[in-house]
Design a protein around this ligand. Structure first.
Ligand code: BGC
Ligand code: BGC
Length: 622
């Protein structure tokens, strides 16, 4: 039996074991067709894992089941022994939750220890540890940091995105972690939203293509039976909130909701995604965390999603003023696992969650069948990942975190993500033998600014945030001839007489909530740097580091060449590769570029799209 045939058979069994599918004779045929375009899916065959999950479930007590549905943040865990005591099924590290030693070895040591507590339980069900590896394994010192999704969107290259996700999975697995809260498949419609950079594009089709590629890359089997589960997030409509407000309200009819935001989930499900995170946001005033129609009706029943749903960080707590009601509503809506950042002594903590959910089952408010379904989904996924056989990391992978081979892939991503917006007077490519090149702007020598949010810490920060990596300035110095003099002028002083200027400007790091902004103009200081260089009579090449298109104002006018480099991550050499002509610019805008603040929000579907500064898909080359 050839591989496609075999895959088709496995997949059709998988699909037909879904009760609603059994009824329809065309479903198996569809599934077989589908499987030709789907990837490997999870590591182990579905029917066998279903049976294993059934058998294990039948042995479990209610406490053990509820433990599987509980996900505790590292900082919330009061006592490691609680993992054993409460049969905790999952842990996570939020953006700011980390071990004392954040080196790859430090993370591995910590995660291994948590796992060991789970394996001391009666049934020895392994813990699945999750983390926001959203552009590489970004909270680990020395890990390779990839461009944020907006930059990957500019590459239009699913094969490269898949490779990037696979490298990330290797680094994640190398630290004893088995679950990445990625890819974010938001279809950001409003660039005021501070999470715009986590979105590949404003286009549902592009997000679908790249999101599915990322799922396949993450879930590609790893050495020694290691496996990393992907998590498409945040379901549904996170990128459509009114005024781009984080965690806000997406107001639209169902047809629009389906057209703009659902396709990436359908694609992710087809690619075999094992988990999906539910959005904080609301649809027409109703919070997603309790939306039974969308979570169960659309995602699980209609799209046939057979993995499990995890809530966002304390997101169910927002449903009402009563935690017990929140739990009842979310679990009954179809939530399978709840992410809990609070520990004993804090409001809505994991001990309370366990206790209240148990009460709800006893009172008949949450049906036993719902608990069994949730736990079956979680166990089945753990079986499919091969987690029971391989709960611990392959030590060899740990040694490879941040390796030269991994950095090479990130550098390629950077090269392909740069979008050339303007190039006059032959400003680009720069000559490697230019006599004196002045590099202007603090951002040129700032790894933290280059990486953006979700880097080492939740919001990210300016400065040398991680070991390894190359700033743009350092990359320029490496690229030029030995005779070339490169001088660095953070503030634009002492630049007269140079033979060319490279000005690097951009946004300071931010992440969710704190990055929401109504004014998207390039800062006055940054604009002044570019103008200063122009006034000194230099030929000006400007590189913009940003998580979204910014209103350029005088920057465009004063630059001979302008490159949108997004948030490229640690591999600044990818920027230099393009600037000095080692490769041609090939990125295409993943978003429509606004001319001024009045045009916000602007996408290719806006009535005023024709007045954009640069249209969706724009990008020059030479
Ligand atoms: C974010 C998620 C993230 C989670 C865990 C939330 O606030 O919305 O994207 O996965 O925190 O850090
Ligand atoms: C955590 C993040 C989380 C955020 C949400 C932060 O403290 O580190 O992971 O997404 O809180 O409020």
């Amino acid at each position: 039996m050839n591989a496609i045939h075999k895959n088709a058979q496995v997949l059709s069994t998988l699909k037909t074991s879904n009760p609603s599918a059994r009824r329809s004779p065309i479903r198996p045929v569809l599934a077989a067709l589908l499987s030709m375009t789907t990837c490997l899916g999870l590591a182990h065959a579905a029917p066998k894992c279903d049976r294993e999950a059934d058998a294990l479930l039948s042995k479990m007590t209610l406490d053990e089941k509820i433990g599987q549905m509980t996900q505790v943040d590292m900082d919330a865990l009061k006592d490691k022994a609680d993992i054993t005591k409460y049969f905790i099924g999952s842990m996570l590290s939020g953006g700011n939750s980390e071990p004392a030693d954040i080196s790859p070895k430090g993370w591995l040591r910590a995660c291994k220890e948590y796992e060991s507590y789970a394996l001391q339980t009666r049934l020895k069900i392994p813990l699945i540890y999750g983390i926001d590896a959203v552009h590489g394994h970004n909270n680990v010192d020395g890990a390779v940091i990839f461009p944020h999704n907006i930059g990957l969107g500019a590459t239009r290259n699913p094969r490269l995105v898949r490779r990037a996700a696979h490298i990330t999975a290797l680094e994640v697995a190398g630290t004893g972690i088995q679950w990445a809260f990625a890819p974010c498949v938001a279809v950001a419609q409003n660039e005021r939203w501070g999470r715009t950079y986590e979105s590949f594009s404003e286009s549902p089709a592009l997000v679908s293509r790249l999101g599915a590629a990322a799922v396949r890359g993450f879930q590609q089997p790893l050495p020694e039976g290691n496996f990393v589960l992907a998590c498409a997030k945040h379901f549904l409509g996170d990128g459509g909130t009114k005024d781009g407000i984080d965690q806000g309200n997406t107001v639209c009819d169902e047809a629009t909701l389906r057209k703009l935001y659902l396709p990436p989930y359908a694609a992710a499900v087809r690619a075999g995604v094992g988990s999906i995170m539910v959005s904080y946001s609301s649809w027409n005033g109703q919070k997603m965390s309790a939306n039974k129609y969308l979570l169960t009706g659309v995602l699980k029943d209609e799209l046939g999603f057979r993995g499990f749903l995890v809530s966002d960080w304390a997101a169910i707590d927002q449903l009402s003023s009563d935690y017990k009601t929140d739990i009842e509503k979310s679990i009954n809506a179809g939530m399978d696992m709840v992410m809990i950042p609070n520990g004993p002594g804090q409001k809505n903590n994991y001990v309370e969650f366990i206790h209240l959910l148990k009460e709800l089952v006893r009172e008949g408010k949450v049906p036993q069948s719902r608990i069994d379904d949730a736990v079956h989904r979680i166990l089945r996924t753990k079986f499919r990942m091969g987690l029971f056989q391989h709960p611990y990391a392959d030590p060899q992978l740990n040694a490879e975190v941040g390796s030269a081979a991994h950095r090479k892939v990130a550098r390629e991503c950077v090269r392909q993500s740069l979008v050339l917006l303007k190039n006059e007077n032959h400003a680009l490519p720069l000559s490697k033998t230019i006599q004196r090149l002045v590099v202007i702007g603090r951002a040129a020598d700032d790894l933290g600014v280059q990486c953006g949010g979700w880097t080492i810490s939740w919001q990210g920060k300016s400065g040398k945030v991680t070991s390894g990596g190359t700033t743009i300035l350092a990359a320029v110095r490496k690229a030029v001839s030995p005779e070339t003099k490169v001088t660095f002028s953070p503030d634009g002083s002492n630049i007269e007489g140079a033979d060319g200027a490279l000005v690097v400007i951009g946004e300071q790091p931010y992440a969710e909530m704190k990055g929401d902004r109504n004014d998207l103009r390039v800062s006055a200081e940054d604009a002044a740097l570019v103008q200063k260089a122009k006034a000194a009579g230099l030929r000006v090449v400007t590189v913009l580091l940003s998580g979204r298109p910014l209103v350029l104002g005088p920057v465009l006018e004063s630059s001979d060449a302008l490159v949108a480099a997004w948030l490229p991550g640690t591999e600044g050499e990818g920027v230099a590769d393009v600037l000095f002509g080692d490769c041609r610019p090939r990125g295409k805008l993943p978003r429509t570029w606004p001319r001024n603040n009045d045009q916000l929000s602007l996408t290719c579907n806006s009535p005023n799209a024709s007045q954009a500064l640069f249209p969706y898909g724009y990008g020059l080359s030479w």
